[in-house]
Design a protein around this ligand. Structure first.
Ligand SMILES: Nc1ncnc2c1ncn2[C@@H]1O[C@H](COP(=O)(O)OP(=O)(O)OP(=O)(O)O)[C@@H](O)[C@H]1O
Ligand SMILES: [Mg+2]
Length: 531
């Protein structure tokens, strides 16, 4: 820094640009508010859809926050941070991307207003932190403990998550599918391995025909066309071994000088193949799953014995198969025993249109399964898949934590009310920040009301007034019927973890942005902002 006639000036490296604190803040917050504006109208059951058009002109119609944000081409670094926040909640909770974006933007908008009244960012950040901690404390107190076997609650939570999705006309059916699937793959203690539920999209008449199967559905064809189409009482060997003697595991060159040697080599090859088949037959295998190559010759031999096979599976599919059929992975065939084999009542190789599938059905207590989504249009199947992702995660989260709160804005209204009371205990400028935080929480119910075309001022005033005593904690608004009531009783239910995450992530982002007092963009960087 140098001094020139009493005015401090910053000397920056050539090619850098400095923006004054206020301007930097304004620019960042504005960028985040713009992102929030994009998804705002999609929140809740009455939310609108967005049409995403990519560079190739391909169109996706969705109202899923995560999908919309993924599709945006964003240059601004602060805006990117809110997108990452949404991605993070999608990974951790599987739902709530729109809510977290709206809340973070509301917090920052309110903070900006405070700074315009000359409140420094330090007490704002401190006040926000106090409010967030208090909000979590309140949720811990008011949340409802449920049993993981409470199917009615699980179903309500699943339906709430689906209320805002396009497949909402089939929500009961999809809720049942999701609950069945998560319960199937769960052990007593883990409910969050939703990755073990493979969603497969298959052509069919209607989404209503979608189903959970007691096993897996893979987009894989049989290793040889002459293998049987159906294998019953399948005893399945899952191996990681090249079943191909010509191309050995290592690159060896075999030099053959005369026809007799050639014959000897072929005999040798034949002998090895027969050796393998003997091992498989010895333990009663009638199906082989391999993530390596199976030669055509070997596959033909297997077919002759009535043994089926699929080959070159991805690691991911291999893991799923092991969990589905209950097999042990075998690398060394000589150690294969009956105990390593998995089981499926039926394996079916199917060709639908131009795609080939292998279906493992009737597995015993499978820990990886498929949900087969059926429908005529690819776009509908894609939309259903996105919605199912949210629902599966919500069901798993509720089973895992066994803690829920009411949706339809009820929890946000109750938190806002209690934080307003709490603000009286907070001194200094922090008190204003706590109040701003409470108002930012009300933004979610406000947007739900706005999106349903109801009168925002009227409904929010009614909601505030309705939260009189602790017994009123779950009064929210059902925007499908337009009524203010106990939404918990109505079955509008969300995982408590979702709201906690929205609050924690929102305050983290707002405080990070409020700490920034300069945007310095180096010339070499193609992106603007904070990176
Ligand atoms: N019948 C209903 N009446 C009012 N609000 C509802 C109803 N059903 C669900 N909601 C609310 O809708 C909100 C969720 O909307 P939405 O699913 O569009 O956004 P999100 O979960 O934040 O983001 P996304 O699902 O896009 O990741 C929650 O606050 C939930 O309580
Ligand atoms: Mg949602």
């Amino acid at each position: 820094m140098s001094q020139l006639s009493g005015v401090p000036i910053l000397i920056l490296k050539e090619g850098t640009e400095d923006k004054r604190e206020k301007e930097a803040r304004y620019q960042n917050i504005n960028a985040i508010m713009t992102i929030a504006e994009t998804v705002r109208s999609t929140l809740g059951p009455k939310g609108m859809d967005k049409m995403l058009v990519d560079g190739l002109g391909d169109v996706t119609i969705t109202n899923d926050g995560a999908e919309i944000l993924k599709g945006l081409d964003i240059e601004n670094a602060a805006a990117n941070m809110v997108v990452n926040l949404a991605k993070n909640i999608d990974e951790q909770i599987g739902d709530g991307t729109t809510s977290v974006t709206i809340f973070a933007a509301a917090l920052l908008k309110n903070a900006l207003e405070l700074t315009e009244q000359d409140v420094h960012t330090q007490p704002i950040r401190h006040g926000f932190k106090l409010a967030a901690d208090k909000a979590i404390e309140i949720i811990n107190k008011i949340e409802e403990k449920i049993s993981k076997d409470d199917i009615a609650i699980l179903k309500n939570a699943a339906i709430t998550a689906m209320n805002s999705k396009e497949i909402s006309m089939l929500k009961s059916h999809f809720a049942d599918l999701a609950i069945k699937a998560v319960r199937q793959i769960s052990s007593e203690t883990t409910f969050d391995k939703v990755g073990n539920i493979k969603i497969v999209k298959a052509p069919g008449k209607s989404l209503k025909d979608s189903e959970v199967i007691q096993g897996l559905y893979l987009e894989k064809s049989k290793a040889s066309p002459v293998m049987p189409d159906i294998i019953r009482n399948a005893k399945i060997a899952v191996v990681r071994k090249k079943l191909d003697v010509v191309k050995t595991e290592y690159d060896a060159q075999i030099q053959i000088f005369n026809p007799a040697d050639m014959q000897k080599f072929l005999d040798q090859e034949e002998k090895m193949l027969m050796e393998y088949i003997k091992i498989f037959k010895g333990v009663g295998v009638n199906m082989i799953v391999n993530n390596k190559e199976v030669s055509d010759k070997f596959a033909a031999h297997l077919a002759k014995e009535g043994i089926g096979a699929i080959k070159n599976l991805s690691e991911d599919n291999l893991k799923a198969i092991l969990k589905a059929v209950g097999a042990n992975l075998v690398d060394d065939l000589s150690s294969l025993t009956e105990a390593d084999l998995g089981y499926a009542e039926k394996i079916k190789f199917q060709k639908i249109d131009n795609d080939e599938y292998t279906l493992f059905e009737g597995c015993k207590n499978p820990k990886a399964i498929s949900i087969v989504l059926k429908g005529g249009l690819k776009k509908i199947l894609d939309t259903a898949e996105v919605a199912l992702h949210d629902v599966l995660n919500v069901v798993a989260k509720v089973m895992d934590t066994q803690l829920v709160v009411a949706g339809g804005g009820a929890t946000y209204m109750e938190l806002a009310k209690r934080l307003k009371t709490y603000s009286n205990e907070v001194s200094g400028k922090e008190q204003l920040a706590v109040l701003s935080f409470a108002l930012a929480l009300e933004e979610i119910p406000k947007v739900l009301v706005q999106n349903s075309g109801l009168d925002e001022v009227e409904k929010i005033t009614l909601l505030r007034a309705a939260h009189k005593t602790d017994a009123d904690k779950w009064i929210g608004i059902d925007t499908i019927t337009g009524t203010i009531e106990n939404t918990f009783k109505k079955g509008i239910i969300e995982p408590s973890a979702l709201i906690k995450h929205v609050i924690k992530a929102g305050v983290e982002l707002s405080n990070l942005i409020l700490r920034v007092d300069r945007i310095i963009a180096a010339k070499s960087s193609s992106k603007g902002g904070l990176e």
